[in-house]
Design a protein around this ligand. Sequence first.
Ligand code: ADP
Ligand code: MG
Length: 270
Amino acid sequence: MTDISNEQYKISQEPYYRAVGREVELYDAAYARRMPMMLKGPTGCGKSRFVEYMAWKLGRPLITVACNEDMTASDLVGRFLLDKDGTKWQDGPLTTAARIGAICYLDEVVEARQDTTVVIHPLTDHRRTLPLDKKGELVHAHPDFQLVISYNPGYQSLMKDLKESTKQRFGALNFDYPEAELESEIVARETGVDSEIASKLVQIAHRARNLKGHGLDEGISTRLLVYAGELINEGVDPAYACQMTMVTPLTDDPDMRETLEAAVETFFVS
Ligand SMILES: Nc1ncnc2c1ncn2[C@@H]1O[C@H](COP(=O)(O)OP(=O)(O)O)[C@@H](O)[C@H]1O
Ligand SMILES: [Mg+2]
């Protein structure tokens, strides 16, 4: 039974991940101790791709949970469900991961309410246990289980931040948009556009990233550059592709839009 669930979460093909620093060896060391890890960085800079790559490299199944503010502890841990034969317990993703020895990735964990987040506490210290209170079971985590969370420091506010007692249970790695040459390489490799186009997309992104805090909450992510490259590769005129992926999604402010459009026009004329 364990094998079936295990297979379902295994990553069979090597995900493309271009290392930007020493993160692979550092994560390897953290995993060797099953240390809970926090990946910090802006949206779309490669955190999820990195976890997928590490899970593949370590040969561990990966269970990802996109966190949101409506999420309850039961959504993570599990609940009793009613079916024709009565009530049946169903493990939540965190419980499944703890049982099968998966890497459990809680994406954007700050989004979850703090009373939800505390269920991970006993899993992230020497106990490595998960109490299923409603079921009256104490799950002992599989020796290969590891918890990973992502955290976007840009979103944090007093109302929405991790408790100190949660934060201090994790080792952390910083992520950011890769430097220009590397990012061009990633965009070209991910989309099939040539290096000249990839490099132009990255230069537009750099201009927009300078606007962060001056009208833009976040800069243009690597993810959006990949979107732009994909559209260009589909035959879309580059200026339109940039408009669709690097201008329109980011802002509704007319001045800001004009500024971004001007940045695009410097490199691609429509
Ligand atoms: N170092 C990298 N190696 C390969 N692809 C990357 C890298 N960084 C970013 N990407 C690309 O950017 C996209 C968004 O990255 P993702 O991991 O989903 O971001 P995050 O989880 O940080 O929001 C990926 O789908 C991939 O195409
Ligand atoms: Mg992600």
